[in-house]
Design a protein around this ligand. Structure first.
Ligand SMILES: O=P(O)(O)O[C@H]1O[C@H](CO)[C@@H](O)[C@H]1O
Length: 291
């Protein structure tokens, strides 16, 4: 288990994790990280030459405790692009600190990833959309009451030689160029993606109808309990981000929400997600290599 609740990951911690992972995987260094949300595990099936490492075995990783989150790190290739994929993520409501929940993002960076695709299942607040729609995250609102960067900010983070800002900019959090690439890939596949704002709450209780009204008023299109801390860390250490939210349930007055419904809708949308993530890997890599 990670011991420090306030410090960024240390060089020693990350080295220990990486040395362990190197005993399990010796293929090409991953350039793209992928985080799979509730019910979205199916994307893992598209990864070729897969090596799976359970989180429980990885030094300084915590455990997945939520249904629909397999709890393993996958190495392999997506359309020939070396990737590392979290088949399941960590949430604050599981009792983890923001630093524990985002440690794998630092590991991805240390392994060589220049960008990360984060995906999630989300409740749909936008009344013109439907269950199953895939939203490219254009921006987020962090209402989790936590920020993974709280605490000392060393001159250079253990993940990167460059200085990590005390006050990192979040203006192009969800990279516009990569977002446009994924949108083009989706439309070439006949998938009509949406763009919008993801709001993250701590959970684990779902929202009340009054909270839904409030979240619409402040400009959110969908709501979830994850992602934003991962994205803040990724941006802090200089990784580009693509965010995908699958609309798994409509947030409507008098309509109950349950996690089984979320997982089922995630699984159903999974096929489109698989195709989208798969076909986006190469163009994303081309864009990263160009910049
Ligand atoms: O964000 P992901 O991990 O996809 O999961 C979403 O689904 C769960 C609630 O059903 C919450 O964990 C929420 O954040």
């Amino acid at each position: 288990m990670q011991t420090s609740l306030v410090e960024n990951p240390s060089v020693a911690q990350l080295d220990e994790t990486l040395n362990f992972l190197r005993t399990k995987y010796s293929g090409p260094a991953p350039v793209l990280g992928v985080v799979l949300g509730s019910g979205l595990s199916g994307v893992a099936n598209a990864i070729d030459n897969k090596i799976a490492v359970p989180y429980a075995e990885i030094p300084h990783f915590v455990r997945s405790t939520v249904a629909g989150h397999a709890g393993q790190l996958l190495f392999g290739t997506l359309e020939g692009v070396p990737v590392v994929c979290m088949q399941g993520r960590f949430h604050l409501y599981e009792g983890y600190t923001a630093k524990q929940a985002t440690y794998p993002i630092c590991v991805m960076k240390k392994l060589g990833c220049k960008a990360v695709i984060v995906s999630n299942a989300a409740g749909c607040l936008n009344t013109s959309w439907r269950v199953g729609d895939i939203m490219l995250i254009a921006d987020h609102i962090n209402l989790q009451g936590q920020n993974p960067l709280i605490g000392p900010n060393p001159r250079a983070c253990a993940t990167s030689p460059e200085q990590c800002a005390r006050f990192p900019d979040m203006s192009n959090c969800y990279d516009k160029e990569l977002r446009d690439i994924v949108t083009r890939v989706a439309s070439s596949q006949g998938t009509n993606t949406r763009e919008g704002v993801y709001v993250a709450l701590s959970g684990p209780s779902y929202e009340t109808a009054a909270e839904h009204r409030f979240l619409r008023i402040i400009g959110a299109d969908c709501v979830g309990m994850s992602t934003v801390c991962e994205v803040i860390v990724a941006r802090h250490i200089g990784m580009k981000v693509v965010g995908l939210s699958v609309q798994t349930n409509m947030c409507m007055p008098g309509v109950a929400t349950c996690h089984e419904e979320v997982i089922e809708a995630g699984n159903k949308a999974g096929r489109a997600m698989v195709e989208l993530v798969k076909a986006s890997a190469r163009p994303i890599l081309a864009s990263l290599e160009k910049n």
